[in-house]
Design a protein around this ligand. Sequence first.
Ligand code: C5P
Length: 312
Amino acid sequence: MPAQVPAQAEVPAQVRVRVPAKVNVQLAVGAARPDGFHDLANVFLAVGLYDEITVTPADALRVTCAGPDAAQVPLDTTNLAARAALALAERHGIDPAVHIHIDKDIPVAGGMAGGSADGAGALLACDTLWGLGSSQDELLAICAELGSDVPFSLIGGAALGTGRGEHLTPLDVGGGFHWVFAVADGGLSTPTVFREFDRLTEGTDVPLPAADPALLAALRTGDPVALAATLGGSNGLQPAALSLRPSLADTLAAGTAAGALAALVSGSGPTTAFLAKDADTAAAVAEALTASGTCRTARVATAPAPGATVVS
Ligand code: C5P
């Protein structure tokens, strides 16, 4: 009789998770709170640019990263992927000895939640590797501790984030949207952009952030022209990002001249986002942006994209 296979044999040798970038189609920013964060009405849309996180059992926690921007990614415990593994292991009283490898395709420090994506991806990957079977609510609670945008990276699709962005209400999206992302040289630090927002709004009455009903309706219908009509001024951080990086105005103008329906800074920037009416226009806008010399590179992507997903 063959020996009984131990339960451990069912634990996978390696788990790979794919996790998307995001664009904020609306980012209404309130005044700074006593804790320094800002209340938001944050309409997240996951877009089809992905990082892949692979976790493998190891002697100790270790992070590696590959991709064009890998040199800019911290490999210590400031990396959200490492922090996710540590938080999950601590909660379950297990040893976080795992090698986390990040195949990075999302622009680094670009306002597309690349770091948050890696946190959410590593959390799902470790949960699967360690056979913990946590519920989505349990994972979302850890995500919220890791950062304001991390819960959305886990669920993907489209959602309204309130509070500091971590309280999510999923949103219906009626169709696929075609986007172009212009990747700038160098990143922008999110806290620096929020501080610039505080400086620019000092002494003014900052309204309470609220989702724009017309924007939510346009998402529901899937009509890019209707969505574009709501995107002017929808990113409350855009004036701060432009103040810190005035050259982004040239990128926005180049994309608009090339036929984009709308142009905006993605989150805290410096990536800029362009909504196109169809795939052909998106390809033409990307080509024109690259040729304009106003960005490092331009990428096309469709939205919405699924959240963190185990792929092997
Ligand atoms: O939550 P997360 O760590 O991603 O936030 C990074 C920084 O962005 C915070 O330290 C804070 O300066 C700023 N932030 C904010 N209000 C938010 C989210 C982020 O001021 N709602």
